[in-house]
Design a protein around this ligand. Structure first.
Ligand code: FES
Ligand code: FES
Length: 136
């Protein structure tokens, strides 16, 4: 491994964890969001060497085996997944939001997800998924 490779590359290409998506590779879209030591980061902007010996959790790690996390279930139930490219990053961002604020207002949800772009849904189904996850 070259230490200058991105964490996203290492997760997807070397570790077989394709959950975090590579959409822009410039820190603009949030599709590659993962937890690094408990803080959501864009994995495309983190050099693999910076992540060494630190705690990384991807969207795969939020599920309990084949039992999806509440946030993941809510995205499916609300119909908030279309092409799915934005979904893993959004799930991590929503997971983080609900850890900090279990009952966020709509403006708080919008603010928390401002860094996660979706080209398909128009965001309303995503808002519904967050509300559903917060109620679950
Ligand atoms: S792929 Fe990392 S922010 Fe878009
Ligand atoms: S579902 Fe396609 S980008 Fe969001």
């Amino acid at each position: 491994m070259w230490p200058g490779e991105s964490l996203l590359y290492v997760l997807r290409e070397r570790m077989g964890l394709p959950g975090a998506k590579n959409a822009c590779e410039q820190g603009e879209c949030g599709s590659c969001t993962v937890y690094l030591d408990g803080t959501p980061v864009c994995a495309c902007l983190v050099a693999a060497g910076q992540a060494q010996d630190r705690d990384v959790v991807t969207v795969e790690g939020l599920a309990d085996g084949s039992d999806l996390h509440t946030v993941q279930k809510a995205f499916v139930e609300a119909g908030a997944v279309q092409c799915g490219f934005c979904t893993p990053g959004l799930v991590v961002a929503v997971h983080d939001l609900l850890e900090r604020d279990p009952a966020p207002s709509d403006p708080d949800i919008r603010e928390a997800l401002a860094g996660n772009l979706c080209r398909c849904t128009g965001y309303e189904k995503i808002m519904e998924a967050v509300r559903l996850a917060a109620r679950s």
